[in-house]
Every structure is written in C-alpha cells, then in structure tokens.
Write a protein of this length. Sequence first.
Length: 271
Amino acid sequence: MLQVCLNGTRGPGDSAAVPMSPESLAESAARAVAAGAGEVRVHARTPCGGTSLSPRVLGPVLASVRAAVGGGVGVTTAAAAEPDAGRRAERIRSWEVLPDLVSVDWHEPGAEEVAAVLLERGIGVEAGLWAGTDGRERFARSPLAPRVRRVLVKVPYPSAGSGAEDASRAVLSGLEPLPGVPVLLHGEDAGAWPVLRLARRLGLVARIGLEDTVLLPDGTRARSNAELVAAALAGQGRLADRAGRAGSDREDDRQGEPGLIGRAPAGPSPA
C-alpha cells in the first residue's frame, strides 16, 4: 500500500503545487488516489498557512477530502501544530469530524497522553518513531504499544542514498514486531526516494507526496502529488519486473541441473 502525504508543513514558497485549502486538498487527494494511492495523509492549515488541530480548521478539511476519496484519511498530532501536549489532548476531545488514523510522534513530550485520548475516541493511532530520537525505546516501554494500528518509521533529515537506508535499518532492527501491526517506512527530501525503494524491497507500507519531497526521482520538480504517486508506482513496477526476470533466470539455470525435471518451477528468492 502506498500513502500519499499531500502537504505537511510545506507551502507555496516550497512549490506552487502544494495544496492548502480544503478544496485544493480534496482535488489533490482525488487525483493522487486515481493515480494509485491507497491512503491519504493531510495537514490542516489555517488561512495564514499554519498547521492546526482546531476542529474549525480540521473539520472542513477532513469533510472535503473524505468526500473526494471516500475514506482512509489520516492526520498528525505533531508538536508543530500544537506545542503543548495538554492543549493537543483538549483539541482532540473537541473534534467533531474524526480522521481514520492519527500519527503520534513518540519522542515528543505528552505522546502517551495524546495517544490515550485518541484511543478513547476510537481513532486509530499510528506510532511515529523517528530515527535519531529515543522514540523507539519509549514506545517499547509503553503499555499502549499493543493497541496501535500501525508503526511509522521516519528518517527526518535529508540524508541521501545509503545514509538514509542505514538510518532506516537502524530503527527497524531494534523494533520489536507487534503481531498484525504493519510498518510504514519513509524518508524526506534527499532521503525520500531511497527510503521508499527500501520500504518496497522490505515489503513495508511506503509513502510519497509533497510533504516528503517536491522532486521526482530524476530531480525535476513534481507538478502534483499525483505525479509523485505515479512515479513511485512506476518504480515499484520496475522492481517487480527485475525480480521476475531474476526468478526466470534462476529457473533457466535450474533446468540443466540433475533431478529437477518434472518439478514445479521455483519462485524468486525472498528479498
């Protein structure tokens, strides 16, 4: 599954393609889903451009995007939207239109309180574990860990290539698996595409969108979230093609081996 992250904290100064209003977010979400995204993540923004958890700001955004795509709409409770954890919890209690999934960054003060309020309201919690923080360790000790719907592993700095992959693997290697709980892995800026490719190779949930990068894999500027989604899925197809060819080559090699005639063809080795 591929999630599209529509805007994050970016604005028109980062790219003219970044949607801001409820209407533009809904249009961008619809086009991204048509391009193949299976889930939408959005940051509700005030008319001045700031991220907000206010029901007066979040409600219209959720209603507009959900009307355009039908469901699967998530938001964040990051401190950038509301620095005070108690205030964040109050905001969540006041929501009238509820998102489907909400990420909680476990390294931030008050994460447990925020997650508990979300669970009380019946909202799915995504545990955000950032590379370079103690979020993974805090989450491992949390009594709420078994109740989260998904774990999000984020590489939050613009390290490219193997640096982003190494940081991703460092978090994943120490993550205790929770039965039935999927993991979403993503990077940002220069690390966005390398980490997305790693997520695909590992069979994890991936994400792409203007929140993570404004550039396509070839370095040109993306014209929309839908274009980023299409590029991500095209890359997935190339990975599948290569895996299929590798499996076919291995099977061709086996045909000359003694004792294999009449056996069912073997599939590709696990990644």
